[in-house]
Design a protein. Sequence first.
Length: 255
Amino acid sequence: MIYLVDWITIGIGLPLTLIVIVAVFLQNQDCPIFVINLLFSDLIQFCGKITMNRGYFIGSVIFNFGLFASLGFMVCISLERYLVIAKPLWYRFTRNIKTSVVVCVLVWGHAVLFSLMAFLLFDSKMFYIILSCVFLLPFPFFIFCLVETIKALSVPADEKRRIAAIQVAVLLIYTLLFLPTIVVVLLENTSFEVYTYIYAICYVCLSLSPIADTTLYLLSRKSFLDKFLASLCSCETSDSQEMNTRDIETTTGRG
């Protein structure tokens, strides 16, 4: 089952991620640098899975490297969107290419460190403890950024909705696809059948995370989200107008 899921996610996610990356560079779109790095970390995960399915142990190291980097850039995306809406003046003053590059280097460096630790401690209890700690720490941070983003009133309503949508997407991707890994650690002492079943579910969730990351790119594009929100608003407006028309007709008929 896991082998089949791997190749399905690779077959769908790898070309999809490549298409998105090519679209960014060909169309010269204003895409956040952290989103681009997130997409590259997804490519590394796909390469690791391909190598793992070929039977090479180094594939797990490559996969873990991409996984840790992916989580790090999700934190960066959430923090950046929070600063845009909650601390706009400070963000504009400190925002520059040099700062973004330094942050990206730090994220990749931490990903190398954690992946090496995972390599040295592989198949040991300490490996799962480190993995669960790394995955659990961002959870309160994502919730804080989402709540503060919703509470902030320093930007226009349209921009606020767009940034809040990105924060919600980050939190959902993390909660549904990354957080279940901690369950594996908590259920390590259960029966072999239960543990194997839960492990398979959590692995499938992690396999879907690179595909889900492409939604962050779509949400970062103002034109895409504006069209989506506009279509929702037009639907709501047409529904309300239709209801008002019916009410007027009913009132007129009674009169």
